[in-house]
Design a binder for this molecule. Structure first.
Ligand code: C5P
Length: 269
């Protein structure tokens, strides 16, 4: 398949999606990342990472796609457009199934399936992880890494900017942390500075582009009023992100459509 200039200019195969214990963040990336949300902590990132990697093992996964082993991946956003989609079986048929934030499957199997291999979240969106799946933390601040250490061990962190889940059920051997440098790469190369930072869904999609061979995207897309509604709820305040302008939903949608046009992903909405 031909790769366009558009794709080549954005996709950097040398980016490392996952943080490991030896990683020293590039100072520019660190500055960008520390500016995302309010940071109050006195501990250095090195100290925080060192404590985290005493609780979880460094990633040993081979994240690069292997030509000999075709890995298909379903990335499942939380859009209300999954309701009555009947996509459940198709989603579950992929090798990997990535879900995110408060995604639920119970009671929605017909439309969203029930397998999960990776669950992207951050402290304020955390849920327990189903057996066998990887928790993938998308960190926005130093406290998020401290929270992960705590939530998997002592449970002493109960607040970030809001009350958060004290403990989380997850397989320690499978916990992964998105590399803040990769997050910045998503912001600069893909959303190109539109919005304050990319959405969880956009980061999960680019993560999958880097780690899977064949990618299908489900559950992305705003409702008819342009709000990011969820398939499992009557949405009381679904437009929160759009109103605050933290993410640029329209620009992210353009990227998704372009990737589909270029056959880098299959869009199932
Ligand atoms: O709402 P939440 O952030 O949990 O949803 C996960 C991701 O799914 C979002 O970050 C966004 O990329 C995508 N989404 C979407 N359209 C919606 C709801 C969510 O594209 N209506």
């Amino acid at each position: 398949m031909d790769t366009s200039d558009w794709f080549r200019q954005r996709f950097d195969p040398h980016q490392c999606p996952v943080l490991n214990h030896t990683h020293i963040l590039d100072p520019q990336a660190l500055r960008w990342w520390l500016g995302l949300q309010h940071n109050t902590d006195k501990q250095t990132l090195e100290e925080v990472m060192s404590q985290l990697f005493q609780v979880i093992p460094p990633p040993s996964l081979d994240l690069q796609p292997l030509p000999s082993r075709c890995r298909s991946c379903a990335v499942v956003g939380n859009s209300g457009n999954l309701r009555h989609s009947g996509h459940g079986k198709m989603i579950d048929s992929h090798t990997s199934v990535i879900r995110m934030n408060k995604a639920v499957t119970s009671g929605f199997e017909e439309d969203v399936g029930n397998r999960t291999t990776h669950h992207f979240l951050y402290p304020e969106s955390a849920v327990d992880i189903v057996d066998g799946a990887s928790l993938v933390l998308l960190p926005f601040k130093v406290k998020d890494l401290q929270w992960l250490t705590s939530a998997l061990s002592t449970g002493h962190i109960t607040m970030t900017y809001m009350r958060v889940k004290e403990r989380i059920k997850a397989d320690l051997e499978k916990v992964l942390v998105v590399n803040p440098e990769f997050f910045k790469y998503c912001h600069e190369h893909w959303t190109e500075g539109h919005g304050r930072y990319p959405s969880t869904g956009l980061v999960a999609l680019i993560y999958a582009l880097h780690t899977c061979d064949q990618l299908s995207l489900f559950g992305y897309g705003a409702d008819q009023n342009g709000n990011w509604d969820h398939y499992w709820e009557e949405n009381p305040y679904p437009g929160a992100f759009r109103k605050t302008g933290v993410h640029n939903a329209d620009y992210e949608t353009q990227i998704i459509h372009r990737l589909a046009q270029e056959h880098k992903i299959t869009l199932r909405t």
